[in-house]
Every structure is written in structure tokens, then in C-alpha cells.
Design a protein around this ligand. Structure first.
Ligand SMILES: Cc1ncc(COP(=O)(O)O)c(C=O)c1O
Length: 397
């Protein structure tokens, strides 16, 4: 264990990073949820050792190291006693969501979700001939009159959508991307009870679980009750925490053997297998790098606090709220007065030379919003904030 240097700036241009190569070189990329931190030294060293061996044949798909490491992480971090036998390997959470759609629904079925949400929640059902069904979260007005970033579930609406005879799955993003909301125990229980009542399986995407800030706590959905565990599949990936997304190592976890068998049939049916780099990175991260997860969460939280204060103080027209989780800020730009999302995005890109995610990619509720990724060194955060300000104030020129 060591202190990781999160202030270190590493050049990512010129390699094949999607984040750093999609836009021209003078544009600062603060969009896709990919961090700019070096992975833990233990992970890098374990991979180097594997590379030095020089033989890269097939990896044993029955090896339980990965499953044991996931179970260890879930218990040591969140107190959920998941058995390694419940863990299925999948290259990514998105691949896992697609496997669930194929395993548990038929063409024409519906997948219910709380919105705004991560764009593949819509596209994965859609591309597979199923229907994404949005349940908009309610943005509550607080003292500022701007919603205060407090998104609540409209349970009457959720129940009406889950009650539809073609509703088969619910995709839950907890903690929530892009709002940063951490759903409370009573909310999760109520969601679960509605799914039970209407025979809907719950797929819980918990990829951001390591970025939950005090006093909030991450509650793995299946840890709520044995009954709810039986109707759920939970997806995790060490990728966001340890910056190893390119190694494609996610897990689908369910205590229900019938659900696991269906998933396994999809996994083998698609010919999917794991590769040793991913397994080595994930096992090393989950068994040796808890210190890094603590440090990256603390670093990112300071970035978020700094940015929220700075934006609200110095950028008229943009409102920022401190999220309960994740390393992204969901910015309300309605005060800029632009009534076209395309114009808003062009403003940031052309005047600020900063690339952000467009709010409407997350659903209609994202109108006049953008998402900014702050999993980067503080100096880059500062540069990004100046660019936001340049863009916003250019409207007055
Ligand atoms: C909520 C959520 N789920 C899944 C993913 C992607 O997961 P993977 O790279 O494992 O497919 C992301 C990445 O941003 C995400 O924010």
C-alpha cells in the first residue's frame, strides 16, 4: 500500500483513448466516464509480470479467483455476503445488461428505468427489439428554486409502468448516473416490492458503488432481503474505481440459480470468455488495492466540492449541486437561456473548447443540462472550470 499521486498529469493523447482523441487537440475532454488517473501500482506490476511470461493462451474459464475476489470486495466494502458461486463473468456491464435483456425478455417486451439515466439503458433494449420505458425522477425544488439536485422517485408512475403486462425487467442505476443520487434503503425496498408484486426482474447496475460519499452508504440491492435477492441480478466492474475499463472485467451476480443458468446459457451461447489481463487486474485491484479506492474517492470528492463552489460563485447561468456519489456533476444550464440543446453543446465546444456530455443523451429531462467528468487531476478541473466560464460569459459579449 502507498499513497497514490492523483495530481500527476499523464498525457493520453496519441494513444487510442476515446476520451482524448474524439475532439481536436485544443479541446479539453471532460465527457465520457473514464478517469485520468493511473491504475494502482499493484495492478500495473501484476500485469507487467504476466506480460513478461510472453505466452497468452486461453484462460481457464472455470478458475474461481475472479469470483472470489468480487465476493471479497462486496463483503469487505458493503457487508453483502455474496457467494463466489453466484458470480458470472461478463466483459462489461453493458454486455451484462444486453445478456440480461436476451436471457429474460422477448422481442416487444419492456424494460423500465428511472430517468435521466445512462444512455445504454435505452439503446441496449432498443437495439435488441425491446422497449425502454422511462420513469422520470422528480426534481424537487429546494431553497434555491432550482431543484437543488434532489431527485426523487415518482412511485405512482413507477408502479403504473411496472404493472404493464409487457414489463419484464427494470434497470436500476444505483448509485445513479448522471444525478449522483444514492437511493435510500426505504426507496430500494419500495422499488423491490413493486417489482415483486408485478413479476418484474430487477437488474441493478452498481458500477459506481465505490464512489459513494459520507454520510451516504452503498446498499447492494440483493442485500435488502433474501426475497428481493431472488428477483435480482447485480452488475459491478472494478473499471471505474481502478481505471481499468479497457480490460473488460465485469461481474453479474445473482443468488438465484435459475437466473444464473439462463445467463450462463447466454454467455456460452455468445462464445464469451475472459482473458487473463482482465482477471489479473480485477483480482489484484479487489484484493490488494482497497487503499486506492479510498484515496480516489476522497480525491474526487474534493474535486466535486471545489467545482460546485466555484461554478455557483463564478459562473452565472450554471448551477451545480454536490452529488451523493459518482465522479460526475450534472449541471443545470437553464440560466444561460438557450432553448436549443444543440446550441448549448456548441457553446461549450466552440467558445469554451471543452467537451461535455449532453444532458438530453440521458433522457428528455436532461434538456438544458450537461454532465462533466471530474475524475482528473485538480489542475485539469481548474482548467475545465475556466473554460466553462469562458463559454458561459461569451453569451454576454
Ligand atoms: C451506469 C453505468 N453503467 C455501465 C457503464 C459501462 O460499463 P462497462 O464499461 O462495464 O460496460 C457506465 C460507464 O460509464 C456507467 O456509467
Amino acid at each position: 500500500m502507498s499513497d497514490h499521486d492523483f495530481d500527476q498529469i499523464l498525457n493520453r493523447r496519441g494513444e487510442d483513448s476515446v476520451k482524448w482523441n474524439l475532439y481536436p487537440a485544443d479541446v479539453l475532454p471532460m465527457w465520457i466516464a473514464d478517469s485520468d488517473f493511473r491504475a494502482p501500482v499493484e495492478v500495473v506490476n501484476a500485469l507487467l509480470k504476466r506480460v513478461e511470461h510472453g505466452i497468452f493462451g486461453y484462460t481457464d474459464s472455470e478458475n474461481q479467483d475472479f469470483a472470489r475476489a468480487c465476493a471479497h470486495w462486496l463483503y469487505s466494502r458493503f457487508g453483502w455476503e455474496a457467494s463466489p458461486d453466484w458470480v458470472e463473468f461478463t466483459p462489461g456491464v453493458c454486455a451484462g445488461l444486453a445478456l440480461c435483456v436476451k436471457a429474460f425478455t422477448s422481442p416487444g417486451d419492456q424494460v423500465v428505468m428511472l430517468t435521466p439515466t445512462y444512455p445504454p439503458f435505452y439503446s441496449i433494449p432498443h437495439e435488441n427489439g425491446r422497449y425502454p420505458v422511462a420513469c422520470p425522477l422528480i426534481k424537487r425544488d429546494g431553497p434555491t428554486g432550482h431543484g437543488d439536485g434532489d431527485y426523487r422517485i415518482d412511485f405512482a408512475d413507477l408502479e403504473s409502468k411496472l404493472a404493464h403486462p409487457r414489463a419484464r425487467l427494470m434497470f436500476l442505476c444505483n448509485p445513479q448516473n448522471p444525478t449522483g443520487r444514492v437511493f435510500r434503503r426505504d426507496e430500494l425496498l419500495r422499488i423491490g416490492e413493486l417489482c415483486l408484486k408485478h413479476g418484474v426482474l430487477l437488474i441493478s447496475d452498481e458500477i459506481h458503488c465505490d464512489y459513494v460519499f459520507e454520510p451516504h452508504r452503498h446498499i447492494p440491492f440483493p442485500s435488502l432481503s433474501p426475497e428481493l435477492a431472488q428477483i435480482s441480478v447485480t452488475a459491478i466492474n472494478p473499471s471505474k474505481t481502478f481505471n481499468i475499463a479497457d480490460l473488460h472485467t465485469a461481474a453479474l451476480i445473482s443468488p438465484n440459480p435459475a437466473l444464473r443458468n439462463r445467463l450462463r446459457a447466454e454467455i456460452t451461447g455468445a462464445g464469451l470468455n475472459r482473458h487473463s489481463f482482465g482477471v489479473i487486474a480485477a483480482v489484484t485491484a479487489y484484493t490488494e488495492c482497497a487503499y486506492y479506492a479510498d484515496q480516489v474517492r476522497a480525491y474526487v470528492y474534493e474535486n466535486l466540492k471545489y467545482a460546485v463552489n466555484w461554478i455557483n460563485r463564478f459562473i452565472p447561468g450554471i448551477r451545480a449541486y454536490l452529488p451523493e456519489s459518482t465522479y460526475v456533476l450534472w449541471l443545470d444550464c437553464s440560466g444561460l437561456g438557450l432553448d436549443s440543446q444543440a446550441e448549448l453543446m456548441a457553446l461549450f465546444l466552440e467558445k469554451g473548447r471543452i467537451a461535455l456530455n449532453s444532458g438530453t443523451d440521458y433522457g428528455a429531462e436532461g434538456f438544458q443540462h450537461v454532465r462533466i467528468n471530474l475524475a482528473c487531476p485538480r489542475a485539469v478541473v481548474e482548467e475545465g472550470l475556466e473554460r466553462l466560464k469562458t463559454a458561459a460569459t461569451s453569451l454576454r459579449d
